[in-house]
Design a protein around this ligand. Structure first.
Ligand code: HEM
Ligand SMILES: [Ca+2]
Length: 584
């Protein structure tokens, strides 16, 4: 599906100096921290600081890197108008699922992608608007500013005098093929599902998180319980009683409490595994214990994602069509060294942001956002997890909670915040993403030629609103088109978002030599170990690592039901892996 860009070969020119130097690879048992040498022929594929892939060529304004502000010479509509007209806040819960579906999605996302934005020379944030939300003349702004203009008659920001939302352009990466061409955005994480958000995407960050005793990760102990370590230098967390931000392998760990809670669970899971392996294999040193525990945690991330998360989101049919359904025994033959595992721009800047529509409202009030630190209060961690496995998420659709549209990251001093949906659409234009219609074609669906034709795939009220803001069907932003398309049967998504997301998870399976189901590599699990990993579930991780959760449904992304009843954590319905398969 991917495309390559034939262009000038800079290896023959002076620009060749900036060509990334590729490491020489030897196959070993453990993944590298930065993801290099996963593919032995293409050592940088999927590694940290490498570029995103694309499913279709970009539509930059100048063909190179200028943000997409026009289509066929005509200016695209204001993102804030698109957002206000198309995406509003109504309560449409998805009553057979739990809010953990949303939370796992974000946790997983933070393993796969973080596109850094430009910063000033001294590494601070670039401000593209005045403090009061006023505009700054272009010649006075930082060159990487791309602020969002708010129309003066905006129903929400207008009366508050806000005319400008800060937005800084995404950083771009050197092209791996060393050819001059259009800009590709950079992923600062390992693209693979390898628990880089827990361990860190570089050897240095990984070391900073290790205890270097018994294979353990560093912790901070609060009232006798292990939590993530804290960084007194980092600002931006609610700091009561001298509490500082938590640190993990990903910088976004404090963003919301549910996310922080999952980070804490997996930190505890790692240390539990390291200690259990040490008891089984007293001859193993710190290094082996750490690497073996990390290898199992990475496999758990993948197993939970393919076994619980993706079927819930995509449905069985799409799972099978894209070869995503996990096997119940034996190795999977799916490794293909020709598959580029990298995250696609369409996935990161649009399709997987569908998760923002799943967010349940009423998490506001300073308790949920940026407040992971509150979790140290006795009982709150369990209360948050309990909430996630009890509460409904919202449906994936054009209704998105105002908590993240008008009030994202709102500070106590203000009555407004950011608009995540506007950011998503604007980010797509920053990355030059073609419109929704192009991806219908990429996904093997017929293009539409006018708004009337959209009536076969969307509700009339949506089509009318699309026609009221966009001049042509070709202008519809990918994020918006994907949010409003009718869902496939048995799926939470429509055909285009399904295709982009399923393609991504197929790449992350077929293109990952270390994928936990793959056999025949130095890194492969033994057949017995693989069978043990298959026993595990997110429910088991919660049961073993929360403070005092006693009852839970075996499939925590789904609501309890007669086939998924709340049972005691000790029930055989929630099996655990037996580590005896790791005894040497
Ligand atoms: C309360 C929960 C969440 C908050 C507050 C949040 C917030 C954000 C913010 C502020 C951004 C950066 C926007 C930009 O400037 O482009 C972002 C990006 C993103 N979000 Fe979320 N998000 C949440 C949940 C989720 C969920 C549930 C998913 C997926 C299932 C998700 C997927 C993504 C993806 C893929 C990106 C792009 C990351 C990158 O390219 O660096 N988010 N989110
Ligand atoms: Ca990763």
């Amino acid at each position: 599906m991917s495309i390559s860009n034939p262009a000038i070969d800079t290896r023959l020119s002076l620009l060749g100096d900036t060509c990334p130097i590729l490491p020489a690879c030897v196959p070993i048992k453990y993944r590298s921290f930065d993801g290099t040498c996963n593919n032995l022929r293409q050592p940088s594929w999927g590694s940290a600081l490498s570029p995103l892939e694309r499913l279709a060529p970009p539509e930059y304004d100048d063909g190179i890197w200028e943000a997409k502000i026009r289509k066929f010479g005509q200016e695209l509509p204001s993102v804030r108008v698109v957002r206000s007209v198309l995406v509003t806040d109504e309560n449409h819960p998805k009553v057979d699922m739990t809010h953990m579906l949303m939370q796992w999605g974000q946790f997983l996302d933070h393993d796969m992608i973080h596109v850094p934005v430009f910063r000033t020379a001294n590494r601070s944030n670039i401000e593209c608007c005045t403090r009061e939300g006023g505009t700054i003349p272009p010649e006075m702004r930082h060159p990487h500013c791309f602020p969002i203009d708010i129309p003066i008659n905006d129903p929400f920001y207008g009366p508050r005098g806000v005319r400008c939302l800060n937005f800084v352009r995404s950083m771009i990466a050197p092209r791996l093929d060393c050819r001059v061409g259009y800009a590709e955005q950079m992923n600062q994480l390992t693209h693979f599902i390898d628990a880089s958000h827990i361990y860190g995407p570089s050897p240095d960050i990984a070391s900073s998180l290790r205890e270097f005793v018994g294979g353990l990760l560093k912790i901070s102990v609060i009232e006798g319980r292990p939590y993530l370590p804290q960084n007194p230098q980092a600002r931006g967390c609610i700091r009561t009683n001298g509490f500082a931000c938590f640190v993990s392998g990903d910088t976004r760990v404090n963003q919301i409490m549910g996310l922080t809670a999952l980070h804490i669970l997996f930190l505890r899971q790692h240390n539990f595994l390291a200690s259990a392996l040490a008891a089984l294999n007293p001859q193993w040193n710190d290094e082996i214990l750490y690497l073996e525990a990390r290898r199992i945690v990475g496999a758990l991330m993948q197993h939970i994602t393919y076994n619980e998360f993706l079927p819930t989101l995509l449905g069985r049919l799409t799972m099978d069509t894209y070869g995503l359904t996990p096997q119940t025994s034996g190795y999977s033959p799916s490794y293909d060294e020709n598959v580029n595992p990298s995250i696609t721009n369409e996935f990161g800047a649009a399709a997987f942001r569908m998760g923002h529509s799943l967010i349940q409202g009423a998490m506001n009030g300073g308790r949920w956002y940026g407040s992971g630190g509150l979790l140290r209060q006795a009982g709150l961690m369990d209360a948050v997890l309990r909430g996630l496995v009890d509460q409904w998420p919202q449906n994936m659709d054009e209704w998105v909670s105002e908590d993240v549209t008008n009030h994202l990251f709102q500070s106590a001093k203000r009555d407004f915040g950011f608009d995540l949906v506007s950011l998503n659409i604007w980010r797509g234009r920053d990355h030059g993403l073609p419109g929704y219609n192009t991806y219908r074609q990429v996904c093997g669906l017929p293009r539409v030629t006018n708004f009337q034709e959209l009536l076969t795939i969307m509700d009339r009220s949506v089509v009318d609103r699309l026609a009221s803001v966009y001049r042509s069907v070709d202008d519809i932003d990918l994020y918006i088109g994907g949010l409003v398309e009718s869902h496939l049967p048995g799926s939470m998504l429509g055909p285009v978002f399904s295709c982009i997301i399923a393609d991504q998870f197929a790449r992350l399976k077929e293109g990952d030599r270390f994928f936990f189901e793959h056999g025949g590599h130095p890194s492969s699990f033994s057949p017995a170990q693989l069978q043990e990993i298959r026993q595990m579930s997110l429910a088991a991780v919660i049961c073993d690592n929360a403070d005092q959760i006693i009852n839970i449904q075996p499939l925590v992304l789904r609501q309890p039901s007669p086939t998924n009843p709340r049972v005691n954590c000790k029930s055989p319905m929630i099996p655990r892996m037996n580590l005896a398969a790791w005894k040497q």
